[in-house]
Each structure stands twice: as C-alpha cells, then as structure tokens.
Write a protein that binds this ligand. Structure first.
Ligand SMILES: [Fe+2]
Length: 692
C-alpha cells in the first residue's frame, strides 16, 4: 500500500464532508476528563464508518440547546482509557446539519483497533466508541464481517445486535468482525402510529417512537415530507440501546435501500395508491438525512463543506421524458439523484473487495409495480405469477430477439403487453452498471463481493404440478415466479448481462450479499434455471431482517383459512396446532412436497417428492427468519453463517440477546475459472426443517 500524504488526506476529508484528523507518531494522555461521560448529551451515541487501512470516519451528534454552533474535541486513542491518544482535533457541529459531526481520522495503522470519543466545550464527553481499520491490501489473513438489513424500530426489537455483540466479544481476536455491512432499511419511513392500528402489526404492538411534524397520511400510515421528518426517524431509531451499542463497537459500512427514501420509490418518484408522483424535494431531504446520520465515503454534490450537506435546490417537477435506460431526464430529478452518490468499492486485505451498488436511485420503473401488471395475478394462486410473464415484461422491446408479443396469454385471457415498446428493465442504470462491471473485472481480491441491497436468487414454484381438481388450472405455461419480485430475481436481462460478463471475463470468487427480503437465502448465482441451462457462476446470500416482519408472519395473519392451496404456504400436519412455513418448502422443493408434508408431517417423505428442476440454485431459504449473517473469507474458502433468532416481537434484555432458533453455515471452496461453485451446508444449531 502506498501511504497517503497529508495533503491527499485533507482533500479526501473535504470531499467527504468530514473534518480531518491526522494521527501523529507519538501518543499522549488525554486532557479530557474520563469521569465526565454524559451519554444524555449525545443521545444518538457514536459511530464509525467505511474503514480503510489508514483511515476511518467517526461520527456523533451533540445537540445544543442554545446557539447555532458548537465545537467538539475529537480524540483517537490506542486504548479505551485514553492513556495513549494518537490524534485529536476540533470539529464543528451546527444546527444546519442537525448537530451531527463527521470526522475522518487518518494516518492510522491497518487492521488495528482504535478508540474514539467526543468532548464538548464544557468537558462533557460522549460514550467511547471502538473502531477497526481495514487490513492492508497485502494482508493474507481471513476477513470476517457481518451483513444485515431491515430494522423496523416501530414494530420490532433490535436485540439481534445484542447477540452479535455477545458472540463477537467471546470470539478469539482473529475471528472477530472487522466491520458490519448494513444493506439498508436502516429506517422505515412509513410509520403507523399506535392509534392507526390499535390491533398492532401482525404479531407486534406498535411502538410510539416517531411522530412526523409535517407528515402526510396515506391510507392508515404516515410518511415524511421534510428534512426534519426524515431526521426524526434516524434519531428515534438511534435511541435503541442495542443498535447504538453495535454502532459503538464496529465500523459500519452502510448503504440505503428503499425505505431510507420511500417504500416503492425509484429515482425521485414515490408510488402510493397506484399513483407515481415526482418528489425531488423529498429525495434530496432523504439523502441529506442519510448523509447526516451515516458516516460513509459517499459523494455529495454540494461542495466541500465539512459540516453540512448544503442541499441543492430542486422542485417537484413532472418527469415525463426518459433516456434509453429509463432514467428520467428532468433536471430536478437528475439533481436530486446526484445530491448523494452511494455506490462505492472498498478493499479488506488480500481477500475481500466489497462492491456496493445503489438499487433504487437509477433504476427504471419496476414493470411489476405498474397497475396493468395486476391482470397477471390470480386469487387462486396467491403471490405467484407465470415466470414467462415476468420475462416478457422485463425484456420489453428486446424480448424474443426484438419481436415481443402484442399480448401475453394468462389462462384463457390474452393480456396486452404494456412493455412492448419499452427498453429492458435496469436496476443499476447504465452509468453505475458500467462502473460495477469494471470494478468486477479489475479487482485483484480473492472474493469479489457484490453488496446488492436487494436479492438476486429466483423465487420459483411449480403450480403446474398440482393434482387435477384441487383448484383451477395454473394460468401460466411453466413455472411461477413471484412473491413481489421487483429485485434482480426478475430483472432477467440485466442479471444475465452481469453473470455472462462474470463468466466471459473468467472472474472467480464472485459472491453476492443482499438484504431487503426479510429472509435468509443461500444459493448459486445462475442466469437461467431448468428447463433452460443451469450453469452457476457465483454464490449468493440474503440475510434475514434484524426486526422487520417477514413473509411468513404476514401469511400467518392474512392467508385465507379455507384457501384450497393453503398447505403450500402454511402447512398444518396432523397432530400439530400451529401453521408451519411450508412456503419455504414450496420454493425449494415444490408443490408435491408441500402437499405430502401437510398430509403426513413426514419431512423425509415430502423431500422425496422434491422437483429437482425447480430450484437447483437454492440450498436454503427461510421466509420467516430474523437475525444476521456473517462471512469469513479466506484464501481458499468462503463461509457464510446465518444466525437466526425467534421473531423479535418484544425486547429481550438478556446479555446474550436471547435464544437462537438455528445457526446454519454454508461453505464454498474457491473455484477456478471454468469450474462450478459448490455450497456445502452444515446445520450447527437448531433444526430449520422446512428450509433445507
Ligand atoms: Fe426491509
């Protein structure tokens, strides 16, 4: 590694909007009094982010009651008692950035634990934070990290973090986590106030932690409309002690998903009540709040202020013209999207290059969210849509070599192909995709890790194999896809473009880690599934949510009791009293297995009826799992561990974060060019029988 000069470092800090802090060679003891820790004055705690071998971002929030500005002393030490302080500086906080503070600490040693804290003018200090620099690029040691997503503090508890902390504290030094990759839905901007749903949300009671001053009520929930509204969600969430302790223990590498801006949002659009509305002002507000609360090496467009975001001015203008990749050309849209650029790549030692992409800001409209797509859903087949429908809609005008059909058969109907003249769907957008492919190609790390906030593994079912007479005939030609789609699992054209690039360039060690689905998934990345060729080129994983409800919980509450296909989603074998998540078996083994399991409760017998062509890409899935995932990436092996906790309905105050439901490890030896990646599965604790 070539060491960064002080001058280069100052320029980097300025570009990130962070105060620079250059570590010296000698250490000294701290002038700040350790006894005057006042966590109440720093109510959102401390955090660090995006470590590199020689630098890391530090963060806190210190709101002052009076005045518009304040100044904090920032110290970095080699010990948590601050006897060996190696750097200190002053950084401003101001009302303009909601009293948040970003500091880039530089000239640090690689793969080293540091401690940091903030002290105000009256000598009152924040809690002490711990952070870790990345190993140098030549470092051959294994890299360990966690990936997580989807924490909903309104209707769940965040004690999955407590379990992560507990296990990390007990791990040998070399096996501790180097960082936490947060793949989005750090906040949920849609908020039900307790009075909106007195019966609660599924299994949960609603917590009264967010009230929007300028919120807009849609149906029975509320959304933020201003910068202050967005900020208020971050503050409320960061008051959670488990989350706050996690941010004080590890550097986070955060990326936004949809809920940091808007549930069904894309580019600067919000979609509610089947209406798509341009909301450039809200997109900028969402990006500003993210910038203020997430220390990360992201690029803001507003110039080199170290303290504030300086939001670009935009208005909510109609977006009616799109470029050939579906990007709205309207100037306010482009300005809003450009206000913060989140996609980036970072390196940990010899083995990990993390390439993080933004799935929301540049994507074209999701065809499945269009009102016309409703014509392809059927109450007889909940959540299932013929795969060929998704393929035709995704490809638009390039389907079948540029000869898309005018209509798409759906049962006895012919439905208009409303995407016939449109370009194929893109989730990354043209500019980001070119950057992404180039990073994949040029990376020299053993493992090229795609931090994709959304999942890539196909959801499939085989309703065509249902016994005659059970329900109406399946309206599709072959397999069903579904369960919401809208991610890379139904962006077939773009996903195939990426995967065939990986194959064509001979890239090995391609591993995707994702969130968003509120479920655990482990599998192989392949362009196509049977009856087409199945030829995987990588491995792919999705982590369960920290706390947001998953599909199984929703099915338990909403799936009709008398539906003829209930056993495919929620099985209830003889002698059992509670429905079981057969939907996992449906997507992994198919309808025959589910019907058998419901009838006999014999899982072995049910698996013997597995449809081998349905999901050769899947090793594991649990649409009801919560918790976190860890990765250990070494010179020759990738190991991904799923740590699943019971549904986090109520807070668990135990030091270990409460019991586990299961712990499952998937292990992959590094494959050579032209070889097929393989996943080995080991269930270490618990028995997630319907997930295997
Ligand atoms: Fe989520």
């Amino acid at each position: 590694m070539t060491r960064v000069t002080r001058r280069q470092f100052l320029a980097t800090a300025a570009a990130l909007g962070a105060a620079p802090l250059w570590a010296g060679k000698k250490s000294r003891s701290s002038p700040a009094a350790t006894s005057r820790e006042r966590r109440d004055l720093y109510p959102e705690g401390v955090a660090s982010g995006d470590p590199q071998p020689d630098s890391v971002l530090l963060w806190t929030r210190r709101p002052y009651d009076t005045g518009a500005r304040g100044q904090l002393l920032v110290e970095v030490a080699k010990d948590d008692a601050f006897k060996h302080v190696i750097a200190s500086t002053h950084a401003a906080v101001s009302a303009a950035s909601d009293w948040t503070c970003r500091v880039l600490a530089g000239n640090l040693e690689p793969a080293t634990v540091y401690w940091y804290r903030f002290t105000d003018e009256t000598g009152q200090t924040s809690r002490v934070g711990r952070t870790i620099t990345a190993p140098a690029e030549s470092d051959p040691r294994p890299v360990k990290f966690a990936f997580i997503s989807c924490q909903n503090a309104n209707d769940g508890s965040q004690h999955a973090y407590r379990r992560m902390i507990f296990e990390d504290e007990r791990a040998p030094q070399a096996e501790r986590l180097g960082f936490v990759l947060h793949l989005g839905d750090f906040i949920y901007e849609i908020v039900w106030y307790p009075e909106d749903r007195p019966e609660g949300m599924y299994d949960r009671k609603l917590r009264d932690i967010v009230r929007y001053e300028h919120g807009e009520k849609i149906e029975d929930f509320h959304i933020p409309t201003t910068l202050d509204d967005y900020r208020s969600v971050y503050r409320a969430y960061l008051h959670d002690p488990d989350l706050q302790d996690a941010r004080a223990r590890w550097p986070f590498v955060p990326m936004w998903d949809n809920h940091e801006f808007s549930w069904r949002g894309w580019q600067s659009f919000q979609v509610f009540d089947s209406a798509t509305r341009p909301q450039q002002t809200r997109k900028v507000a969402a990006m500003q709040a993210w910038f203020e609360y997430q220390p990360a090496r992201i690029r803001k467009s507003s110039g080199p202020s170290l303290e504030s975001f300086d939001a670009p001015k935009v208005v909510n203008a109609p977006i009616t013209r799109f470029d050939p990749h579906g990007l709205g050309n309207e100037p306010n849209n482009l300005t809003a999207l450009g206000s913060l650029t989140g996609y980036r790549a970072m390196r940990w030692g010899r083995h990990v290059e993390l390439i993080i992409t933004d799935q929301r800001s540049y994507r074209s409209e999701d065809p499945t969210s269009r009102p016309e797509a409703q014509d392809f859903s059927s109450k007889d087949f909940p959540e299932l849509v013929p795969q060929e429908v998704y393929e035709i809609l995704d490809a638009g005008r390039i389907y079948a070599g540029g000869k898309p059909p005018d209509t798409i058969p759906f049962g006895n109907k012919q439905v208009a192909n409303f995407r016939k003249s449109d370009p194929p769907q893109t989730i990354l957008g043209a500019v980001q995709k070119a950057w992404f492919l180039n990073r994949l190609k040029t990376s020299t790390a053993t493992w090229k890790v795609w931090g994709n906030t959304t999942g890539t593994l196909d959801f499939r079912a085989d309703p065509k194999n249902l016994p005659k007479g059970l329900t109406t005939p399946w309206p599709g030609a072959g397999y069903a896809a579904g369960f919401g789609a809208g991610d890379h699992s139904t962006a077939y054209v773009e996903r195939a473009e990426i995967y065939s690039f990986v194959r064509g360039e001979g890239i090995t060690g391609f591993a995707t880690v994702a969130g968003d689905r509120h479920s655990f998934w482990a599998g192989l990345a392949a362009e196509t599934l049977p009856p087409k060729a199945f030829d995987p080129i990588g491995i792919a994983f999705v982590c369960g949510s920290i706390s947001a409800p998953g599909v199984v919980e929703a099915l338990e509450h909403k799936f009709p009791k008398e539906h003829p296909l209930r056993a495919l989603y929620l099985a209830q074998p003889p002698g059992t009293t509670k429905p079981q998540p057969a939907v996992n078996m449906l997507l992994r083994h198919g309808v025959r297995s589910c019907l058998e399991y419901h009838k006999s409760g014999d899982v072995e017998r049910a698996r013997r009826l597995s449809n081998p062509d349905l999901a050769p890409h899947l090793s594991f899935l649990d649409l009801g799992g919560h918790g976190y995932a860890t990765v250990r990436a070494s010179a020759d092996t990738w190991e991904c561990e799923f740590v699943c906790i019971p549904r986090p309905v109520e807070h668990v105050a135990r030091r270990d974060g409460g019991p586990l439901l299961y712990r499952v490890v998937h292990r992959t030896p590094l494959w050579k060019k032209g070889e097929r990646p393989q996943l080995e599965q080991r269930v270490m604790e618990g028995n997630p029988i319907l997930s295997l």
